[in-house]
Design a protein around this ligand. Structure first.
Ligand code: SF4
Ligand code: SF4
Ligand code: F3S
Length: 372
């Protein structure tokens, strides 16, 4: 354990026993599990079952490696809005390696990683932030004298589950944008033979990460994924369909410039570049910072950061979507999506095609905005 814990776990203790010793009532725990069930798209009635499963857990190991990245994802996860979710996941896991949080550095940190991999071989959850660079033998991302790709392969080989956190780990992010000088790729490009869960976004919402880990702990398997490896409970919803400015879009009320009267009124940002119509993410529902705000809520267009290759396919960020003939009425939203599916790059197009599947699996009311 590398995080100071004022309630150290006792040997062989289950989560249920641990929480009871900490004075957390079953009622509080059930409330958390019910909210988790809602967030996972399973409904609050799953709360008792989730509670039963989590209560039996005995501190599985998690190993978190940081590769070609900026640590923004770590910040996002550690600042999860709901302390009960963040606390539970961090408390429940034995976080045996996380170099941003641990005191050790240099050779001691490398030894800690080696020990953690060996001691928990076959059973740990591997969390990865950052991608790897393959060009020129991987010399663009070297850690302790080793290319990041070697570290990733070694860590993934003994993992029970692999979770790629953020756009860098998902597909390489800006490092992988054209012309991709370092040959950057995501975790799923390297790790084969086991599913890689992609928690998309730059950074992703921390609560989505912790909910995904909680799902793995509860059910012993990764959540249902979309065609791009993203958990459907979070990425099965399109921003445009949950955006509070959708009524302005439908009414043809658009911001033309960031300092105009329409911007002050909070109207739709489509004409100044919003990519919400082709972006799948729960941003309007979960939001950031204790559900204080999110990009569009703060008056900035969505740049599509949860979509693969968004630096190439969603730019110019402040320009309208390409190939869209018209907009302003309800039915046009689908025309927007269809036009992009034809005109945009393969990744975006492929995702638009699976929209129908995702919608079929996720009814709009499955995520309760009041409870999530
Ligand atoms: Fe940083 Fe974004 Fe990469 Fe996360 S996805 S490590 S926030 S650049
Ligand atoms: Fe919201 Fe953007 Fe859609 Fe406008 S275009 S309704 S700002 S998601
Ligand atoms: Fe990213 Fe758009 Fe959400 S830019 S944070 S997916 S609103």
């Amino acid at each position: 354990m590398i995080i100071p814990d004022s309630y150290p776990w006792e040997l062989g203790e289950t989560l249920g026993e641990h929480l009871e010793r900490r004075g957390i009532s079953r009622r509080e725990f059930l409330g958390f599990c019910s909210r988790l069930g809602v967030m996972l798209g399973l409904g609050s009635l799953m709360g008792p079952s989730i509670m039963e499963a989590l209560a039996q857990q005995r501190r599985p190991s998690a190993i978190w490696i940081s590769l070609q990245e900026c640590t923004g994802c770590t910040e996002s996860v550690l600042r999860t809005a709901d302390p009960t979710i963040g606390d539970l996941v961090l408390d429940l896991l034995s976080l045996d390696f996380q170099e941003n949080l641990m005191a050790a550095a240099g050779h001691a940190a490398e030894a800690a990683l080696h020990d953690a991999l060996e001691a928990n071989r076959g059973s740990y959850i591997l969390l990865v932030t950052g991608g790897v660079s393959l060009a020129e033998g991987g010399i663009h991302t070297m850690i302790a004298g080793r290319p990041a790709v070697d570290i990733l392969r070694e860590a993934a080989e003994g993992a029970a589950h692999v979770v790629a956190i953020g756009a860098c780990a998902h597909w390489g992010n800006i490092q992988a944008s054209n012309p991709n000088p370092t040959g950057a790729v995501g975790v799923g490009h390297i790790v084969t033979g086991k599913p890689v869960v992609n928690i998309a976004g730059c950074p992703p919402i921390g609560d989505v990460v912790t909910a995904t880990v909680a799902h793995i702990l509860t059910f012993g398997r990764v959540p249902e994924l979309d065609a791009d490896g993203r958990p459907l409970f979070a990425y099965g919803v399109r921003i445009h369909d949950n955006c509070p400015k959708r009524a302005n879009y439908d009414a043809g009320q658009f911001v033309e410039a960031f300092d105009d009267e329409a911007a002050r009124k909070g109207w739709c940002l489509y004409k100044v570049g919003c990519k919400g119509p082709v972006t799948f993410s729960p941003c309007p529902i979960i939001q950031w910072n204790d559900r204080t705000d999110w990009p569009i809520g703060a008056g900035h267009p969505c740049i599509g950061c949860t979509e693969r290759h968004f630096w190439d396919t969603m730019t110019p960020f402040y320009g309208r979507l390409p190939g869209i003939a018209g907009f302003g009425i309800e039915s046009t939203a689908d025309v927007v999506g269809a036009a992009l599916a034809v005109g945009a790059a393969a990744g975006v197009a492929a995702h638009a095609v699976v929209t129908g599947v995702q919608r079929a699996r996720h009814k709009p009311d499955e995520i309760d905005k009041e409870e999530v």
